[in-house]
Design a protein around this ligand. Structure first.
Ligand code: PHE
Length: 353
């Protein structure tokens, strides 16, 4: 009797296995599960017959039954998971919507010629590549800032006259004049130094905002790239060398840089960063007002007060920072007379780049 039952369990398991493997979908799996393991299944009948066995035999047959059911249940589970995954993939394929609208500009050779990034974005990407090649990391920061990051930690306490260098757009949030659209990327210097210990070698591209009227050389929404280096023994020579290396890498070997004394509250000493006018190659033209040089931005050695604001010891570390306009850079390099055309979305202009 025991041997008979064991053989029957064996045969029923083999049969069940075949049926599970033959299942063609989730509904089949469910039906087979009931038929093979359910209350009215042949296996359940064998279980009922076990009642008449002696205790030791019952244990043996019971164990065989449990193992057979366990193996069948595992197999059912695997089939179910496989069908569910198939189902999911099919649904994703079927429900996929292509929301891209292909704009073909006039003069395009084919639909594949579907446009490109704006000149400013291309310039930013190229700047990042150049600085990465020089060993810098690329970082980002928020466009809405608190007074602390945009001014105070940068050595401009409330009512400091230097705040007038930036025409600030405040947001109607919290206390009046406490939250603003950043007027430069310099606040990210503070974020960087708060977040990590020196050495820091980072550049930060990003959008900035000023309450400026748009004209040929100004946009109220524009882009800057900030640079920050903090390490042991950084000197003004490192700053000048870095600026010159960047200039020739970015503009080519004929364009050079020069630094002229200037003032920024967060650097000491400070300088203006100028490059050879790429339009006249330094000979003097209308764009450079006959000087042969074009101003791109500011730079200098990080002021000890700025280090103080972020808890870096100015006796141990020194550093330099620079910041210049990306839109301005693109304008100068491409000889674009009026910056506003960068935002006009005029395809005759955009397709040139
Ligand atoms: N943040 C300054 C500006 O927008 C430029 C600058 C950056 C100057 C870093 C010095 C150091 O005019």
């Amino acid at each position: 009797m025991t041997t008979d039952l064991l053989e029957e369990i064996h045969a029923l398991e083999a049969d069940g296995r075949r049926r599970v493997e033959a299942a063609a979908g989730l509904d089949d799996v469910r039906a087979v599960e009931t038929a093979v393991l359910g209350r009215k299944s042949p296996l359940a009948k064998v279980s009922a017959a076990m009642g008449g066995l002696a205790a030791a035999d019952r244990r043996q047959v019971g164990q065989a039954m449990q193992e057979a059911r366990g193996r069948l249940a595992t197999l059912l589970e695997q089939r179910r998971a496989a069908f569910e995954a198939e189902d999911r993939e099919r649904r994703i394929r079927e429900e996929r919507l292509d929301l891209t609208e292909i704009m073909v500009h006039p003069g395009a050779a084919s639909v594949a010629d579907r446009g490109h990034l704006n000149l400013v974005t291309q310039t930013r990407d190229e700047l990042e590549d150049t600085f990465i090649a020089m060993g810098f990391e690329v970082a980002e920061g928020p466009e809405a800032e608190t007074d602390w990051y945009n001014f105070e930690a940068l050595n401009m306490p409330p009512a400091h006259p230097a705040r007038g260098m930036w025409d600030t757009l405040y947001l109607k949030l919290g206390e009046p004049e406490t939250i603003l659209l950043r007027t430069h990327t310099s606040p990210v210097q503070i974020h960087l130094m708060e977040a990590q210990k020196p050495p820091i070698y980072a550049v930060v591209p990003g959008r900035c905002y000023r309450r400026d009227t748009p004209d040929a050389r100004h946009l109220p929404v524009f882009h800057q790239v900030e640079g920050l280096v903090v390490d042991h023994g950084i000197t003004f020579g490192d700053l000048a060398g870095t600026i010159e290396a960047f200039t020739t890498a970015f503009f080519g070997p004929d364009i050079h840089s020069r630094l002229r004394p200037s003032y920024f509250p967060f650097t000491e000493p400070s300088a203006e960063y100028e490059v050879t006018c790429p339009i006249c190659a330094g000979a003097g033209c209308r764009t450079c007002s006959g000087s042969g040089w074009i101003e791109l931005g500011g730079c200098g050695m990080v002021d000890p007060n700025v280090f103080g604001a972020v808890g870096i010891d100015p006796e141990e570390y020194t550093g330099f920072a620079f910041g210049f306009g990306i839109d301005r850079l693109a304008q100068v390099r491409q000889g674009i007379e009026d910056m506003r055309i960068l935002l006009d979305n005029d395809l005759r202009f955009l397709t040139q780049f």
